[in-house]
Design a protein around this ligand. Structure first.
Ligand code: ADP
Ligand code: MG
Length: 615
């Protein structure tokens, strides 16, 4: 045809198509979910425009609806909607290019090899292309709702791009026609397609017909009473809405009258997609007002740190014709955000009590969002701090505790909650910082994520108990009786003084330690509040340039350790050897605290010491 134009797909889309066409053999029926969801979106958009009442639309009397037609003899399936439709430019833009990072993220997630993850296609904003899993040719006929628009036919066989040409006399909306591959003809059978559509249709608030028969009741699930919705319906709703093939982890269905009239169904997924190689997920909670979709994936409805939620919020108090831009900084939205966030936090606290194991699993998948909340959101600080979980020195490895449970185990005379960071729990328990706690039988929270120190620092105190880093705790080990080989207090302070003068600027201060039981020395950060871990983390983030000049640690020595008493002896006999040993001890301590940045001088010195030993 003369006025037919051929186009190539954008490179990323071609890549997505190659994967979809060549490597997806399981769960191919997700294409139904994706195409029905696009048709429903198009109907939602039309309803939104209509509810504004200001723009003229083509065929205003045709209600938004979806019609699915299967032709087993021809081996075709079509999904038609009377939604907004697309202009020529929109067809080119929406089906041939991708404006956002969705494709790249999808490809990256797929690069991890898990074929099953391809089922997540819809979550990456490329759901349309799932049609090519089952179709050898896809034809899209579309006419925009704009009164002066004309119709267009878009056709593609996947590889080799698509072509586009005028198609006169189309009704408003879009028809996606699939010419099924030989191995996918089952989807042209009425029973098969009906059973797949049935699963999602109840959540689409527009009529859906399959071969002329209505399959859904058109009643938004969130407006129904909790008692009327079955477990299976919730699961299916989640899968449809969240483009997920797993069941949800948590579900919260609630209505509220004050301060705002809200009807909502919210879900927490099983998986945290941000650990799947995606940089950042977007909140997938759609905002409705009296069932009309006001904004899909609404911004500002929840704080950023709740972006893992999926679901629907319907708020009657929203003005229907509010623009999205105005909505986004309205006081109403802030009020809604506050009410919803408190509700979710209360829900999570209840779940934590009801089923601690399930909550633990939630926490290990999504705990980092709660931590992000602590660091970024002061308003919900207290509720959030109750949801945090940590490993502990007195619990079995892998078991976690809340701050409240820690406090309940505290000896009555204690006023502080202690924490200790190390790369692993074993390392924490074997570290010099832990000695005083072991000696005094005190529980310490064990942090294996360096960010947790900042989190606990921000929490500050819990239940009136100050939260203190182990290395800042003012605790003493019970002193053993003075024994031979222990330094006297005078000897110990003389040694400390000498150490300060030989180590010079490498240390801020040298002290006689009261917290060491078995280690000779310990290096602690000289800053009153910062811990060694925090300093290391800040350095890694390169954020300490201005406010924290490179600092030398404080060194504490254990006067009851043979190494220390021998050092005291040696400095009077061979000052050169003694100062090499002192420097080595400091480096050992810095290494134990993770503060040694450049090991080369240390290795050189170690070799010199070895030379002397082996002489
Ligand atoms: P997503 O739905 O996440 O945006 P898709 O790949 O499913 O990604 O669809 C891409 C875009 O194509 C949609 O955002 C929409 O603009 C357009 N589109 C797809 N199907 C339809 C339809 N039936 N009616 C109108 N627009 C559609
Ligand atoms: Mg879609």
């Amino acid at each position: 045809m003369s006025n037919q134009e051929s186009h190539a797909f954008q490179a990323e889309i071609q890549q997505v198509l190659d994967i979809v066409i060549h490597s997806l053999y399981t769960d191919r029926e997700v294409f139904v979910r994706e195409l029905v969801s696009n048709a429903a979106d198009a109907c939602e958009k039309l309803r939104f425009i209509q509810s504004g009442g200001t723009s003229a639309i083509h065929q205003p009397d045709v209600a938004p609806a979806i019609q699915i037609t299967a032709k087993p003899d021809a081996g075709t399936l079509s999904i038609a909607d009377s939604g907004v439709g697309m202009t020529r430019d929109e067809l080119v833009q929406n089906l041939g290019t991708i404006a956002h990072s969705g494709t790249k993220a999808f490809l990256r997630a797929l690069a991890d090899g898990a074929k099953s993850d391809a089922r997540l296609i819809g979550q990456f904003g490329v759901g349309f292309y799932s049609a090519f899993m089952v179709a050898r040719r896809v034809t899209v006929l579309s006419r925009s709702h704009q009164p002066d628009a004309t119709g267009w036919r878009w056709t593609s066989e996947g590889a080799g791009g698509y072509s586009i040409e005028p198609a006169p006399d189309l009704p408003r909306g879009t028809t996606v026609l699939l010419e099924l591959k030989d191995d996918s003809k089952e989807f042209a059978a009425k029973e098969r397609i009906e059973s797949v559509v049935q699963r999602y249709s109840n959540f689409v608030s527009f009529p859906i017909d399959v071969d002329g028969t209505r399959v859904n009741a058109v009643q938004a699930i969130w407006t129904r009473s909790k008692n009327d919705v079955t477990e299976d319906e919730y699961k299916a709703f989640y899968k449809f809405l969240g483009h997920d093939n797993d069941d949800p982890r948590y579900r919260l269905h609630f209505t509220a009258d004050a301060p705002l009239a809200i009807q909502s169904v919210l879900f927490v997924p099983k998986q945290n997609l941000e650990t799947l190689g995606l940089t950042r997920v977007d909140s997938e909670v759609n905002l409705h007002c009296r069932k009309v979709l006001i904004e899909p994936k609404a911004k500002g409805l929840f704080p950023e740190w709740l972006r893992f939620l999926k679901g629907v919020v319907d708020c009657e108090d929203l003005p229907l014709n509010v623009s999205r831009e105005r909505m986004q900084d309205s006081a109403l939205l802030r009020k809604l955000n506050r009410a919803l966030t408190s509700k979710v936090l209360r829900f999570l606290a209840e779940e934590a009590t009801k089923d601690p194991d399930a909550f633990d699993s939630f926490h290990s998948e999504f705990g980092r969002f709660l931590r992000e909340g602590i660091l970024s959101d002061h308003e919900h600080h207290e509720a959030l701090s109750k949801l945090l979980r940590f490993q502990s020195s007195t619990l079995e490895p892998g078991k976690t505790t809340s701050l409240a449970a820690y406090v309940s185990r505290m000896p009555a005379e204690h006023k502080e909650i202690y924490f200790l960071h190390a790369p692993t729990r074993e390392a924490a328990l074997a570290s010099p910082q832990h000695e005083v706690f072991a000696a005094r039988n005190l529980e310490v929270l064990v942090l294996t994520d360096p960010a947790d120190e900042f989190v606990l620092d921000r929490v500050g105190e819990f239940d009136g108990k100050k939260i203190v880093a182990a290395e800042k705790a003012e605790l003493e080990v019970p002193l053993p009786d003075p024994a031979e080989g222990h330094l006297s207090p005078e000897q110990a302070s003389a040694l400390a003084e000498w150490l300060k003068s030989t180590l010079a600027d490498a240390v801020s201060e040298v002290r006689v330690s009261k917290r060491l039981a078995t280690s000779p020395v310990i290096a602690v950060d000289s800053d009153g509040f910062m811990t060694a871990t925090m300093r290391r983390t800040l350095k890694a983030m390169n954020r300490d340039r201005k406010d924290a000049p490179p600092s030398s640690p404080d060194l504490e020595i254990n006067p009851r350790h043979p190494l220390v008493s021998r050092l005291e002896g040696m400095r009077h006999k061979d000052a050169d050897l003694a100062s090499k040993a002192a420097a080595q001890l400091l480096d050992n301590a810095r290494m134990a605290a993770g503060l040694l940045e450049d090991p080369r001088p240390m290795i050189q010195r170690m070799n010199q010491l070895l030379e002397r030993i082996l002489a």
